[in-house]
Write a protein of this length. Structure first.
Length: 251
């Protein structure tokens, strides 16, 4: 169905050297987009044909604008953006310090905000419509133990999706969100594979009975960036296998 095709657009996906970001970037490529991958260290061993890679540390306040400039230079047809880069730096709340808090907010929130701003400025200058997906988390709706800063940052991304959708609608730029639940990534795999009781608890709570894979997020991102969702903006789609639907889960 052509409504789900991303051709001939190009997309920048931050934090796409691995995990959910890499899966989303591959999904956008499969849907017809040329993709600019991003990481703050080395690029993936293999990239889809026609793809580009840009490097940048999003903890640096100057990086969002630099990254957008580099992405437009690599792919002048750029009209799509996925703000996926983020991480987890929490300790127990009583042990949390200002450095961990600021690192969380600077990477998870500040970088996304100014990436969208730099991207939107370029589109407006080119009089080009576009679409943005901000990757938050089910932690933006439900709290988790020893995750106070991370949860706060993801809640901020939920509201950022809504307020930027309102700010950019007059410019023909749609902004939507994607909120993954428990997904197997390089960050979560170590405890998923070792804390068996915790994993089984999640598998009982998740209605579909399994931990998600990074690829489970790709189709949602394609939909939100495609013409198929051309009348959708300011929404956050939850991709969690039903984790947040029931109160208790299977006994």
């Amino acid at each position: 169905m052509k409504a789900f095709s991303l051709a001939p657009s190009a997309a920048l996906v931050t934090g796409s050297s691995k995990g959910i970001g890499f899966a989303i970037a591959e999904g956008l490529h499969a849907a017809g987009a040329e993709v600019v991958f991003h990481g703050n260290t080395s690029q993936p061993d293999t990239l889809p044909p026609g793809s580009a890679f840009v490097r940048g540390d999003l903890l640096d306040p100057a990086t969002p604008a630099q990254l957008v400039t580099a992405a437009f230079a690599a792919k002048p047809a750029l009209a799509l953006l996925v703000c996926n880069a983020g991480s987890f730096f929490d300790k127990d709340f009583l042990a949390m310090g200002l450095p961990e808090w600021e690192r969380t907010m600077n990477l998870n929130v500040r970088a996304a905000y100014f990436l969208v701003q730099a991207f939107a400025r370029e589109l407006v200058a080119r009089q080009r419509p576009g679409a943005v997906v901000i990757v938050s988390s089910t932690n933006g709706f439900q709290s988790e133990e020893e995750s106070t800063a991370y949860d706060t940052s993801k809640g901020a991304l939920v509201m950022m999706t809504r307020t930027l959708a309102q700010a950019l609608a007059p410019h023909g730029i749609r902004v939507n969100g994607l909120a993954p639940g428990l997904i197997r990534t390089p960050l979560t795999t170590p405890w998923i594979d070792t804390q068996h009781d915790k994993r089984r608890h999640y598998e009982k709570k998740i209605l579909l009975g399994r931990v998600g894979e990074a690829g489970d997020c790709a189709g949602t991102a394609v939909f939100l960036l495609s013409p198929a969702s051309s009348y959708i903006t300011g929404q956050v789609l939850v991709v969690d296998g039903g984790l947040t639907v029931g109160q208790i889960g299977r006994m």
